[in-house]
Design a protein around this ligand. Structure first.
Ligand SMILES: [Ca+2]
Length: 251
């Protein structure tokens, strides 16, 4: 009956119909705006995840309201022309950077194979991202002692051999950067970035050049000329490494 009364009221005067039409249009418009606004708000608040794969192989995940997380698998061989590996992970100055690393690397695979054949402990045990404990050189008659003699030639003298180290740089860093520029990451590093650039990583080893014959010890100068200089084989100490570190960078 109420519906019939409404129809009678609307048809009694065209002004009633006009007012009713305007009111109905206003209410429907408001409902439509509320619905559209709700959909847009929900989609804006939703944590949409963007996944990008860099040429370097780094997998970068980012969400609208959360920090970026990048994952990179670092092998301990260095790059083609130098020890520093371009991760493709970009960092801005002042960003809080948290790096976590896991995995193990072998820094002298030939020693590992020889020890495996003889069933004796290897002179260079597998190393985590924090590098080798210098005390593992004992007893001093093992080939590990040779590594201690050469330690002054490491890319970062204040980090242990095999330790994960990094540099934030716009271009490829020098083989042995200024010590203030080297991030001694190990298995965990959490600090604001002091500069903007790409994250370059490597394990702390020796990258030879013509003037580092002593770093080829205990081989002779003649062997250094024949094996290394003649072949520009500067990465000889990186070439016998094996394993990998899984690096997670949170920005
Ligand atoms: Ca090595």
């Amino acid at each position: 009956m109420r519906l019939w009364s409404l129809i009678e009221w609307l048809t009694a005067d065209w002004k009633h119909l006009a007012r009713f039409s305007v009111l109905a249009l206003a209410i429907s418009s408001c409902l439509w705006l509320i619905a559209v606004g709700g959909v847009l708000t929900v989609s804006w608040l939703a944590p949409g995840t963007d996944i990008k794969v860099e040429k370097s192989g780094a997998i970068i995940l980012s969400t609208r309201f959360h920090k970026t997380t990048a994952v990179y698998l670092l092998t301990p061989h260095g790059a083609k022309a130098g020890p520093w590996v371009n991760t493709g992970i970009e960092i801005k100055r002042g960003q809080d950077v948290r790096i976590t690393a896991s995995g193990r690397v072998c820094l002298a695979m030939h020693h590992m194979v020889e020890s495996g054949i003889k069933d004796v402990p290897p002179p260079l045990p597998w190393s985590g991202p924090s590098g080798l404990d210098p005390c593992s050189a004992l007893p001093p008659t093992t080939p590990r002692d040779e590594e201690l003699v050469r330690s002054k030639y490491l890319i970062c003298n204040t980090a242990d051999q095999g330790e994960l180290i990094g540099v934030i740089s716009a271009g490829e860093p020098p083989i042995k950067p200024d010590s203030v520029d080297v991030l001694e990451i190990g298995d965990y590093w959490d600090q604001p970035a002091k500069k903007s650039g790409t994250l370059w990583l490597t394990v702390n080893e020796i990258w030879l050049n013509k003037s580092l014959a002593d770093a080829y010890a205990p081989k002779t100068p003649e062997e250094f000329e024949k094996n290394i200089v003649a072949n520009s084989y500067w990465n000889v100490w990186y070439d016998d490494n094996a394993g990998a570190f899984l690096i997670t960078v949170e920005l």
